[in-house]
Design a binder for this molecule. Structure first.
Ligand code: GLU
Length: 451
């Protein structure tokens, strides 16, 4: 028998663990996908014999580099930077850049792996990648951030390109950082090209890119509720995070008639029983994004609210929940609590915010549960549209883009139903997303032979 003989899920995961020691986030992401794909592959000999899953779970390359920069006191600081190029079977590598002290190779490998499936689900021609650094932007001056971004790009530029790899923002990287990095790329290469997305509107950015991830997660939630003949009117929502994804998810929930009860940051969460309306969301946007403040100051501005230090918001009873902060912020116990309190739908705005225990809990109770690779794909989808506009050298209108975003989210929802409908009115969105994303990439890989 060839060395490609079938291993079972456990055997496969043993291999993944052995090859990726000390990379728990990456192993977790692979396991979540493999649980569904092994089922799906049962009668598909070619995927087995061509070792497709094994190959997707091995990044095409991981580039690691040193990033030196000088802080405002003249100290030389050294950070580590990475770009993980996971898979480009269906298009150039595409995925964000994250600046956060928790960034490790494991975190970026999990994100690049997830991104591969997410990008496939959008229906746009984008492969999967992710990059970042353990640089902590918190407390840094704008000049320090600029110097760091320039130094980061001075190495990264040689690995990216409009047809090679197109980074964007993620945690700690917004429009300002994209500007600093784009400026440095252009300076080094003398090339004005769509090499990054999330750009400013004056220099090649796309309308609604900023709103797209949060809005998309709520469109997906609305699609899920519609399968039960429900909508968001009058529904209470618990949201974690208070950055770009969380605030725009909150905004869309409010626009669709829901009531947002919570937001959070790494210090704790705020609970506003009166509802976080548009005026309060605008306050949070200004406070968090422009003034880099803490969410606990919300209760001074809006005294009807309470702050809960060091806690996540999952104990607050709600109809729907949107984890929009970061990976593994919603654990098995939290999932049980949400279900016990009557939560009917969960739409992930962050990447892998629910741990495996939590995923299994939601599946067991058959609630409407969308994994991030499906529900938060709106951001990268509009990034894909930004790439198209850059190639065409024109800008599309806001209404056109809003419609495209809605259509893409509905398309992803349909793909999930296609592969995740378990009968009896239950749709396993995790399974649907995993299989639909995998199949597209896998079939492209089969066409290329062994490369
Ligand atoms: N960082 C976002 C994500 O996790 C967006 C990536 C992009 O626009 O390329 O999907």
């Amino acid at each position: 028998m060839a060395v490609t003989d079938h291993v079972d899920l456990n055997g496969f995961m043993e291999g993944v663990k052995k090859r990726n020691p000390y990379q728990p986030e990456f192993v977790q992401a692979v396991q979540e996908v493999a649980e569904d794909i092994f089922d799906f592959m049962q009668d598909k000999e070619e995927y087995h014999s061509q070792q497709i899953l094994r190959r997707i779970a091995e990044p095409d390359r991981v580039v690691s580099f040193r990033v030196c920069w000088e802080d405002d006191n003249g100290n030389i600081r050294v950070q580590r930077g990475w770009r993980v190029q996971n898979n480009n079977a269906i298009g150039p590598y595409k995925g964000g850049i994250r600046f956060h002290p928790s960034v490790t190779e494991s975190v970026l490998k999990f994100l690049a792996f997830e991104q591969t499936f997410k990008n496939a689900l959008t229906g746009l021609p984008m492969g999967g990648g992710k990059g970042g650094s353990n640089f902590n932007p918190k407390g840094k001056s704008v000049r320090e951030i600029m110097r760091f971004c320039q130094s980061f790009m001075t190495e990264l530029y040689r690995h990216i390109g409009a047809d090679i790899d197109v980074p964007a923002g993620d945690i700690g990287v917004g429009g300002r950082e994209i500007g600093f990095m784009f400026g440095q790329y252009k300076r080094i290469t003398n090339n004005f090209t769509g090499v990054l997305t999330g750009k400013g509107l004056e220099w090649g950015g796309s309308l609604i890119r900023t709103e797209a991830t949060g809005y998309g997660a709520v469109y997906f939630l609305a699609n899920m509720l519609a399968t039960k003949g429900e909508d968001l009117t009058g529904k209470t929502a618990v949201i974690s995070g208070s950055g770009n994804v969380a605030t725009h998810a909150a905004e869309k929930i409010v626009q669709l008639g829901g009531k947002v009860l919570t937001l959070s940051d790494s210090g704790g969460f705020i609970h506003d029983p009166d509802g976080i309306n548009q005026e309060k969301i605008d306050w949070v946007k200004t406070h968090k994004t422009h003034r880099r403040g803490r969410i606990e100051e919300y209760v001074e501005a809006f005294p009807g609210a309470t702050f809960h230090a060091g806690k996540t918001p999952w104990g607050v009873p709600c109809d729907v929940a949107l984890p929009c902060a970061t990976q593994n912020e919603l654990l098995g116990e939290d999932a049980k609590m949400l279900v016990a309190n009557g939560c009917r739908a969960v739409s992930e705005g962050a990447n892998m915010p629910t741990d495996l225990d939590g995923v299994h809990t939601f599946k067991h109770h058959k609630i409407l549960y969308a994994p991030g690779k499906a529900s938060n794909a709106g951001g990268v989808a509009v990034s894909g549209l930004e790439m198209s506009q850059n190639s065409e050298r024109r800008s599309w209108k806001e209404e056109e883009l809003q419609q495209m975003l809605k259509d893409i989210m509905s398309g992803i929802h349909n793909s999930c139903i296609k592969y995740g409908d378990q009968g009896g009115g239950y749709i396993d969105y995790v399974k649907g997303a995993n299989i639909a994303g995998f199949k597209k990439v896998a079939d492209a890989m089969l066409a290329f032979g062994v490369v």
